[in-house]
Design a protein. Structure first.
Length: 172
């Protein structure tokens, strides 16, 4: 189980860095840009991730992951007003998540975890969030590509796969 936890943390750190690299390319006003009434801004997605992370990972092993104090609907309203507030929430959510993962002990792996009353194994609860967070970070990247001027690719740039592979495999 330690291998699983190490792998999950590695993947979560990767997606956290993708979100941060995207937000770093955006002007402050781009963080609050909304394509249309049915879409969310980067700030709204960060609010949602923050709310979800605090709810899911606070008392992870001892209380339902949908906390009574969470206001999910408000997460999709324009509450965050500054980059500093956005980054504070971003970091607080991730800190809560990693603190909870770091607190898992060998004897905890067989404990049930509840999310909205649904019973999960610890592995299933982690996997659920490992699928959820990259989904939203992908949305952040998509918005970033639309909003940023001079977008810098975070992975292999369009049309550069062969160059990337040649570099990776030492071919010039």
């Amino acid at each position: 189980m330690e291998d699983f936890l190490t792998s999950a943390k590695k993947q979560l750190l990767y997606y956290k860095s993708v979100g941060e690299k995207t937000m770093a390319q955006l002007q402050d006003e781009d963080l609050f840009w909304i394509y249309n009434d049915e879409s969310n801004s980067v700030a709204m997605i960060v609010q949602h991730l923050w709310g979800n992370m605090l709810s899911r990972w606070t008392d992870f092993l001892t209380s339902d992951g949908e906390k009574p104090w969470r206001n999910r609907d408000q997460e999709f309203e324009a509450v965050i007003k500054t980059r500093a507030d956005l980054m504070d929430k971003w970091n607080a959510g991730w800190r809560c998540l990693f603190d909870a993962l770091d607190a898992i002990k060998p004897e905890d792996w067989n404990k049930p975890v509840f999310i909205r009353g649904e019973r999960h194994s610890v592995v299933d609860a982690i996997n659920r969030q490992l699928a959820h967070y990259p989904y939203h970070i992908g949305q952040i990247v998509f918005i970033g590509k639309m909003a940023a001027s001079g977008w810098q690719a975070l992975t292999i740039p369009k049309g550069k796969s062969q160059t990337f592979n040649d570099d990776m495999f030492g071919k010039k």
